[in-house]
Design a protein around this ligand. Structure first.
Ligand code: A3P
Length: 323
């Protein structure tokens, strides 16, 4: 299902507040054409509740990403930054006992009750492309809500996606090769649409509204975590004070949210994260694979790398965005 040309359907899932997506998701590997057609029809009838009706609270920050681009890391960092007062990074921080995906609510209809709770951490996450965000989020000013977006070299994103899907594939006989997956990825058949459209949507928005949309690259955060974590905190409106910096709080947050630390925590070794839409469980450890920049060199041939680089260059041409 994931590798078939069904990304518009995924978008409809996100947008729709009324369709019952459970049977579809549950049987995602066994769709007939008729079922898919019906799903499209149903979702069109159901309306786009999230897109039309969702209203963020003042101060909400949307944590957005293309899947397998560093979502887990960004969720951990934003959560740790916002939640730092009263939470020690070595003893009582929720990130030490919960997977980052359980600390930040996703923009799912199933989470609406939680999202509407008062006193919650003002973070909401989504993989939705920029143009599919709720209308309110797109139209409100930076004084009301903000967006932080993370992306990553498409080659690493592809490799990360491939292994994530392979590990969790239920019907092993439906496995596809890395080459087949790569072909589909290059055709733009991936979760939430073509990766280049996803990245460009947020990139352009960040140029047009720099106070509202922050555009981050996984590689940049890896290279200079201190600088980017400080910038991220500043952008979100949670700047570190000179006293905090002196006390080493920035570095403590970086260390707590590092791949090495999070992947080694008991909760992320044995825990499970439950998808609120279908109840499907993902082992926490599946969110942590290698956490390295450039791991694609171990899996893609130079020709494959060149092909994807060329596609990305063509798509980004004139945008000012480079990798
Ligand atoms: P790899 O598969 O290349 O190792 P997402 O969080 O969007 O699902 O992305 C998953 C990728 O981010 C995986 O990449 C995973 O290992 C990496 N990752 C998870 N937590 C991380 C962290 N704290 N720091 C850096 N990378 C992290």
């Amino acid at each position: 299902f994931r590798y078939k040309n069904t990304w518009p359907l995924c978008l409809e899932f996100l947008r729709s507040g009324k369709i019952d997506v459970k049977p579809l998701i549950t049987h995602r590997f066994g769709f007939s054409q008729k079922e898919v057609e019906e799903a499209f029809e149903t979702s069109a009838r159901g309306g786009n509740a999230i897109k039309e009706l969702f209203n963020p609270k003042p101060g909400d920050i949307f944590v957005c990403s293309f899947p397998k681009s560093g979502t887990t890391w960004l969720k951990a960092l934003t959560f740790a930054i916002i939640n730092r007062r009263g939470h020690d990074s070595s003893s009582n921080n929720p990130l030490l006992f919960k997977n980052p995906h359980e600390c930040v609510f996703g923009l799912w209809v199933e989470h609406f009750d939680k999202i509407h709770q008062s006193g919650r951490v003002p973070l909401i996450s989504t993989h939705a492309p920029y143009h599919s965000l709720p209308k309110s989020v797109l139209s409100l000013g930076s004084d009301h809500c903000k967006i932080v977006y993370i992306c990553r070299d498409a080659k690493d994103t592809f490799v990360s996606t491939f292994f994530f899907v392979e590990k969790r594939r239920i019907k092993k006989d439906e496995a596809i090769s890395l080459e087949q997956g790569f072909e589909l990825f290059c055709q733009g058949k991936s979760w939430f649409g073509p990766i280049w459209d996803h990245i460009l949507g947020y990139w352009k928005a960040s140029l047009e509204q720099p106070n509202k949309v922050m555009f981050l690259k996984y590689e940049d955060i890896k290279k200079d975590s201190y600088f980017h974590v400080k910038k991220l905190a500043e952008f979100m409106g949670y700047s570190f004070s000179p006293q905090e910096e002196q006390a080493g709080i920035v570095q403590k947050i970086i260390d707590m949210c590092s791949f090495e630390n999070l992947s080694g925590l008991e909760v992320n070794k044995i825990g499970k994260v439950v998808n609120p839409v279908n109840g499907y469980q993902v082992s926490s450890q599946d969110f942590f694979r290698k956490g390295k920049v450039g791991d694609w060199t171990n899996y893609l041939t130079p020709e494959m790398a060149e092909r994807l680089d060329r596609i990305m260059e063509q798509k980004f041409r004139g945008s000012g965005l480079t990798f």
